[in-house]
Design a protein around this ligand. Structure first.
Ligand code: ZN
Length: 253
């Protein structure tokens, strides 16, 4: 906010001294620094820290796009139990929120801490729909086979009456995210998807979304090398920067 008001002040000063013609032109520095002004982005950090203690609420069946599914799950954790998926996704969401806001975006999170329960997958989709956001990204980390490593992006396949309006744009979003993560040095999954992308029709959180949405499985928490990366703050920040860049590229199309 402070940075933004400083920019506005600088622009105002420039306008006073500029000619009428140049004063009408947009401030080039402001435009370049704030590429996401006017954009609303939903970040959906998977699971929640107290899900494990509330099985009745979490196992409750909710609409998932023509069928029903459990409200949520507890999520996974590293083998030594020191890092839970919900804590990881919460930290990543905060990093990404900071970067996106700095670029001018309005950011909506589907949960506001890591010690609550839910929300259910249908509510997570509804939050994005209600915000009339441009795009949504769900952040997760996988509990895959211990020998497998790497990230994959889950995009919606066609679910008649549900996902048709978002399939095409979500596909573009998935490739933009995959490419940015590859550029940042991450490896695509060795155990799921094709070149880092998996198409699914059983994910309620994307089936019920009216806005383009994908789920990122950032790495495999059950794989020792991935677990070490997921725990590293610098790795998380680099990954969040890549996600910001991918969203910026996607929204500029
Ligand atoms: Zn998950």
């Amino acid at each position: 906010m402070r940075r933004l008001s400083l920019l506005v002040a600088l622009c105002a000063t420039a306008a006073l001294t500029a000619t009428a013609a140049t004063a009408r032109a947009p401030h080039p520095k402001a435009a370049a620094d704030l590429p996401l002004v006017g954009r609303t982005i939903v970040i959906d950090p998977g699971h929640n820290g107290a899900n494990y203690a509330h099985p009745d609420e979490i196992n409750r069946q909710v609409p998932a796009g023509g069928f029903k599914k459990a409200c949520d799950t507890t999520g996974t954790a590293t083998n030594d139990g020191t890092l839970s998926e919900s804590a990881f996704t919460w930290d990543m969401a905060k990093r990404l929120r900071r970067l996106l806001k700095r670029a001018g975006a309005i950011v909506v999170l589907t949960r506001h801490n890591d010690h609550g329960v839910g929300p259910c997958i249908n509510k997570r989709a509804a939050i994005g729909n209600r915000a009339n956001a441009d795009v949504a990204v769900s952040l997760h980390a996988d509990g895959g086979p211990p020998s497998g490593h790497g990230f994959h992006v889950i995009r919606p396949g066609v679910v008649k009456g549900y996902t048709e309006p978002i399939v095409k744009r979500s596909k573009t979003l998935s490739t933009d995210i995959r490419d940015a993560l590859l550029d940042a040095g991450l490896d695509t999954s060795t155990y799921l998807g094709r070149r880092g992308i998996d198409v699914r029709t059983d994910m309620g959180g994307i089936n019920l979304s009216h806005i383009p949405k994908v789920i990122l499985e950032t790495g495999n928490m059950r794989n020792a090398a991935d677990a070490r990366r997921l725990e590293r703050k610098r790795w998380r920040e680099r990954t969040a920067v890549a996600l910001r860049d991918a969203l910026t590229k996607y929204l500029a199309r």
